[in-house]
Structures are given as structure tokens and as C-alpha cells.
Design a protein around this ligand. Structure first.
Ligand code: PMP
Length: 393
């Protein structure tokens, strides 16, 4: 049986990690994998996470199963964090295995509700979106998003494309900090997106994986809140991997905002059913860390402060890189790096130029020229800026 299996194409980013490890050159720079790194190159455990873990260790008396949808404390705290004004009578929620699990369960839920649906995704998007849909056999079409000339959003093209989504279709949107481009919509543009979806009846699925990494915890949730206020049905897949730095704990959540409380109850039942069919109970440890932090004033304040340090360090690196490139190129054509938000920016370089950065300067980034800003520090920014100019980008 097992010898009938076909080899699977390896994940490109994971391959890049292996290649980077094997590179023996001094001063090599990894801008590939999407984890936050401090100036020393370490992905730290946040102070509040350590403190919460200690509290859990001291107070937890059982490891018996939780609920199929996860603990209510976690789901309520996350609903507060993401939506602020929570329409409790319309909101179903499900603890999931990371943000990835939330996306998978959102697509499963959409399919249960309407087997004949198409997903609209940005071109480009996080590659896992596409691979999950291919694996599930869910049809998808790409909507135009990134303008390679301005390195911003081609909003006119995006509007034209998402307007083609019909009732029962899903439009997948990045709530903030678009991965892989770093280019985002303004709130006024989000209003227009809401209007288009209102007209068509297509349902937005908002992927919120970087709340707190862009303009701040509240600011990064503003688009999601705006959509949730205006539309009758919204799916939200949120991840705690980045903003709590608990990547390996696999902590995510799916929200389904339904038209009314009866549809909410139906959604809640179907969501718990989906967890049951997939892995039964969702992981608890990461969720408990999150709810411990969010429901304790002091822990929450300390976590929010550390998250601000993380966010500001990335903004500082963006400003420094844009400024170095302005000096070296004698132009403002790299200013988009300071405008972009989140951990990533797409440089808009060709695959040959990306290969040149690797072979000549030992700088590793994803083949589509996505670079992880958090992989830099004050000393490596000038090295990257020089290499970008030398590679003719
Ligand atoms: N969506 C996007 C756009 C992401 O970049 C990520 C993390 N790389 C996720 C979702 C989900 O992350 P996780 O499953 O690790 O929580």
C-alpha cells in the first residue's frame, strides 16, 4: 500500500531553511522563514507567556479533556481582542490547531453549508491557502492584488475581481499585514470592499495572523471589525502564533458571525462537529496561556508592551532600510518598504535577482522576493541595502 504513495513536493520555505543551515559562509542572513526574531536572531518566549505558564503549572489540577470547541474563557477573550464589541447572539467560535487549522475548518464549514462554492484569493497569497484548497479540491480563483510597479495594492483591479464573487462564494482577505507582500488596504478601501460584498452576498473569510504586528493591536483589528459591523455573515480565522510568540503550541480560533442566533447555533454545532471529525479536542495549553494573559490586567499590559517593542523594532528596521536604499539608489523607489506593514515585504525582484542575493551575498529570501524584516538587525540592514543595489533590483 504505502509504496503506492507519490512523492510530495517539499515546502519551498522549509527547503530554504535547510539550504541556509548548510551554507558555511560567515555573515549569512536568513530573511526566509516567517518567525519573528529579535536583533540577536532569537525567537524569544514572551515574558507574559512564561509567567502564564508558571501560573498554569501551579494551579492546574487536571489534564482531562476540554470542550470540543475549546474552553469558553479562551474563545471569549479572543472574541474581545479581535472584535471588541462582540455580537454574542450571532457569534460562533471554535478553538483550532493554529491559524492554519482555523482556515482549514473555515473552508470545511463553508463546504458543509454550500458544497458548490468558489474561493477568491489574492494574487499573491500565503502559499498554504492555495495548497489547502488544492488538497481539499475546493475551486479557487485569484483576484489581482499586488501592483509590481508601485509595490502597493492595485485596488481598482482588486475591486473589479472580487465583485465577480457570488452569493455563497468566499472571498479570502488578509485582515492586516498581508503575507507575502506587506501591502495593505486603507480603511476607506475596506469600506468599499464591504460594500461590494454587501451587494453580492459573498462571504468574507478574514485571515488575521498578525494582529499587533502592523499598526497596533486595535488598529490591526479595525478592518475586521468594520467588516463584522457591516456584513451579515463573516468568517474569521485568527492565529496566536505570532502575536503571542507561541508558534509551536498551535493556537488559533475560527469565528463564524451568523445572520441570527438560530444560524449561530447551527454554525456552533457544525464547527464542533468538524473538530470532532478531524482531531476531536483542540490543543489546550496555548489557548490557556492566551486566556490567562488576556484576562489578567498586569499580564495583559506586560504582553501588550512587549508586543509593541516587537512591532516598533520592525518599523525601525523598515525605516532604516528604506533610508539606506534612498541614499544608495538616489531615488525614492524603495520607500514602499517603510509603508508596508507586518513582518514581510515583497521587493518585486526577479527570481534571478533573488538567486544572485543568495549566491553573491549569502542573503536568503523566498523566491518571490518576500523578505522577513524581522530577520534583519541594525548591522545587517546596510549589508542588505548594498546587496539589493548590487543585484540590480
Ligand atoms: N495565515 C497567514 C497569512 C500566515 O502567514 C500564517 C502563519 N505563517 C497563518 C495564517 C497561520 O499560522 P499558524 O498556523 O502557525 O497559526
Amino acid at each position: 500500500m504505502l509504496s503506492n504513495l507519490k512523492p510530495q513536493a517539499p515546502d519551498k520555505i522549509l527547503m530554504l531553511i535547510e539550504e541556509f543551515k548548510a551554507d558555511t559562509r560567515q555573515g549569512k542572513i536568513d530573511l526566509g522563514v516567517g518567525v519573528y526574531k529579535d536583533p540577536q536572531g532569537v525567537t524569544p518566549v514572551m515574558r507574559a507567556v512564561k509567567a502564564a505558564e508558571q501560573r498554569i503549572w501551579e494551579s492546574q489540577t487536571t489534564k482531562a479533556y476540554t470542550g470540543l470547541a475549546g474552553e469558553a474563557d479562551y474563545r471569549n477573550a479572543m472574541a474581545q481582542m479581535v472584535l471588541k464589541d462582540v455580537p454574542t447572539d450571532r457569534l460562533a467560535s471554535l478553538a483550532t490547531v493554529g491559524g492554519t487549522g482555523a482556515i482549514r475548518q473555515a473552508l470545511e464549514l463553508a463546504r458543509l453549508a454550500n458544497p458548490d462554492f468558489t474561493v477568491y484569493v489574492s494574487d499573491p497569497t500565503w502559499p498554504n491557502h492555495l495548497s489547502i484548497m488544492k488538497f481539499m479540491g475546493v475551486p479557487f480563483v485569484e483576484y489581482r492584488y499586488f501592483d509590481n510597479d508601485t509595490r502597493g495594492v492595485d485596488f481598482a483591479a482588486m475591486k473589479e475581481d472580487i465583485a465577480k464573487a457570488k452569493q455563497g462564494d468566499i472571498v479570502l482577505l488578509h485582515g492586516c499585514c498581508h503575507n507575502p507582500t506587506g501591502a495593505n488596504l486603507t480603511l476607506a478601501q475596506w469600506e468599499e470592499v464591504a460594500e461590494i460584498l454587501e451587494k453580492s452576498g459573498a462571504v468574507p473569510l478574514i485571515d488575521l495572523a498578525y494582529q499587533g504586528f502592523g499598526d497596533g493591536l486595535e488598529e490591526d483589528a479595525a478592518a475586521t471589525r468594520l467588516i463584522a459591523k457591516r456584513l451579515p455573515e463573516v468568517l474569521i480565522a485568527a492565529s496566536c502564533s505570532k502575536n503571542f510568540g507561541i508558534y509551536r503550541e498551535r493556537t488559533g480560533i475560527l469565528f463564524a458571525l451568523a445572520e441570527n442566533s438560530a444560524a449561530r447555533d447551527l454554525s456552533q454545532g457544525s464547527m464542533a462537529y468538524l473538530n470532532r471529525q478531524n482531531y476531536s479536542f483542540p490543543p489546550d495549553h496555548g489557548a490557556r496561556i492566551v486566556s490567562t494573559i488576556l484576562t489578567d490586567e498586569a499580564l495583559r499590559a506586560d504582553w501588550a508592551a512587549e508586543l509593541e517593542e516587537v512591532r516598533n523594532s520592525m518599523l525601525g528596521l523598515r525605516a532604516q532600510l528604506a533610508s539606506e536604499l534612498r541614499d544608495l539608489s538616489g531615488s525614492d523607489r524603495f520607500d514602499f518598504i517603510a509603508e508596508h506593514r507586518g513582518m514581510f515585504s515583497r521587493l518585486g525582484a526577479t527570481p534571478e535577482q533573488v538567486a544572485k542575493l543568495k549566491s553573491e551575498a549569502a542573503i536568503y529570501m523566498v523566491g518571490d522576493s518576500r523578505l522577513n524584516i524581522a530577520g534583519l538587525n541594525k548591522d545587517t540592514v546596510p549589508v542588505l541595502a548594498r546587496a539589493i543595489i548590487d543585484a540590480g533590483i
